[in-house]
Design a protein around this ligand. Structure first.
Ligand SMILES: *Cc1c(COP(=O)(O)O)cnc(C)c1O
Length: 432
């Protein structure tokens, strides 16, 4: 499959080029040249297929033949070595738990898939690739874990000092080997800006192969289509009119859901559930797209002031506001509302949600209020213990640490502090 840049000023790229480059030379995000719907009977038979079979069918048109069939099947199987269960809360609302991977964040799937693609492309090649990634919380850990030990790939993670949870910080600062954590004196947007700047810095890019493992990278973004297929597989017999409420930050996950819908998955509508970083909520209300600096919230992985994947959503809907509005609603919630929802979910359903999932739950409820004839699935994007302080404070009860989390808590943090772009550049140059 070929990819074009959404800025339309860069050459067409192969899948490999798009993955290795991350961002196109004109700073645009890559988008697949075509999207071919899957046959109807694929969706009719979904419940008879394994997750790996579903995933392979879903993603193959975007990748073959650059990764051969057998190899792609293996990558998909290895990527998906854990469960994606639906938990039904009541007749109207279910949650899809996306936190059963090694770092207990939904980003595990994209990170593991991308790492294996890069590993494949690099297997005969001695040129080292440096993966540069900014994280507002969960990306860092998932990428670090997914790429750990991948030959020929060095990973450099930028995270905002003091603005990720303790567990998140441990997950990205304790692995060592080919993983380095840079602790930035600033907010997530500063980290993201520095990463974008590095990609445009010819002095760096002429000497080293830099790529991104944020959801701007097609190999991180596209595998997220799988979740929506897996949810549908579990719910299709029970409910009609399935709607997804997606806790959104950079809008990669929800945009992947929209891609799954383009492939023919019968999804009725999407809800982008936001915290107080609500550019998209405001856009759907006012038609004005007005990026703002991010504000800090308890659902910190969604503290994004200028969601990078929104341009992809615009492309899917051909920049037609009416078309978008028909398929997407968006609501924004405060931390106080989020905490109240966490308590409500615990009391009413005996279910412990993390703050991101709770925002998704609120979005589901808000949508159902005016559209009752639907079943709404909110994505539970992180395990509640990753936000232990706020979760235990709100539900007034202890939650047990799963093994994946326990194992990092006693490890020693190693990070390098940086203040600005020049320090990032010095670091990258000295390590090449
Ligand atoms: C990254 C993340 C999100 C937001 O996903 P996007 O694809 O950036 O919209 C939501 N919740 C958690 C826990 C995350 O880590």
């Amino acid at each position: 499959m070929n990819y074009y840049s959404l800025n339309k000023k860069a050459p067409i790229a192969s899948f490999k080029e798009a993955v290795v480059k991350g961002l196109a030379p004109d700073r645009g995000l890559y988008f697949p040249k075509s999207i071919t719907p899957l046959p109807k009977d694929f969706f009719e038979n979904l419940e008879h297929l394994s997750n790996a079979e579903i995933a392979y069918e879903t993603i193959k048109q975007f990748i073959l033949p650059e990764i051969p069939e057998a190899e792609l099947k293996k990558i998909v199987e290895e990527t998906l070595s854990f469960e994606f269960p639906i938990v039904q809360l009541n007749e109207k609302i279910s949650t899809l738990e996306l936190f059963h991977g090694p770092t207990m964040a939904f980003k595990d799937v994209g990170a593991r898939f991308m790492a294996r693609c890069l590993g494949y492309f690099n297997k005969n090649n001695s040129q080292e690739i440096t993966v540069l990634v900014a994280t507002s919380g969960d990306t860092g850990g998932a990428v670090a874990n997914g790429f750990l030990g991948v030959k020929g790939v060095n990973v450099v993670i930028l995270y905002p000092s003091g603005k990720v949870s303790d567990i998140q910080e441990k997950q990205l600062t304790t692995l060592g080997q080919n993983i380095t954590a840079l602790e930035v004196d600033g907010v997530f947007d500063d980290c993201q800006d520095m990463v974008k700047r590095a990609f445009l810095d010819e002095e760096l890019t002429s000497k080293m192969q830099l790529t991104s493992a944020n959801s701007i990278n097609v190999a991180r973004w596209l595998p997220q289509m799988f979740y929506f297929m897996f949810a549908y597989k579990q719910l299709k017999k029970k409910f009609k009119n399935i709607v997804f409420s997606v806790p959104s930050g950079n809008f990669g996950n929800i945009c992947a859901g929209m891609m799954a819908q383009q492939l023919g998955l019968p999804i009725k509508h999407f809800v982008a559930s936001n915290n107080k970083n609500n550019v998209v909520t405001e856009y759907l209300k006012t038609k004005n797209y007005n990026p703002k600096p991010s504000v800090q919230t308890i659902s910190n992985a969604m503290d994004v002031g200028n969601p990078s994947n929104f341009v992809r959503i615009q492309e899917i809907y051909k920049n037609d506001f009416g078309l978008l509005q028909n398929n997407l609603s968006s609501y924004s919630f405060s931390d106080a509302e989020t905490k109240k929802a966490m308590l409500e979910i615990y009391k009413d359903f005996n279910y412990v949600a993390d703050p991101h999932g709770a925002v998704g739950y609120l979005g589901a409820k808000a949508f159902l209020k005016t559209n009752p004839e639907h079943h709404c699935v909110f994505l539970e994007t992180a395990h509640p213990t990753k936000f232990l302080d706020v979760v235990e404070e709100v539900i007034q009860s202890k939650v047990e640490l799963p093994e994946q989390i326990q194992s990092v808590m006693n490890k020693q943090k190693t990070s390098i502090k940086i203040k600005d772009y020049s320090e990032l550049k010095t670091f990258l140059k000295s390590n090449h």
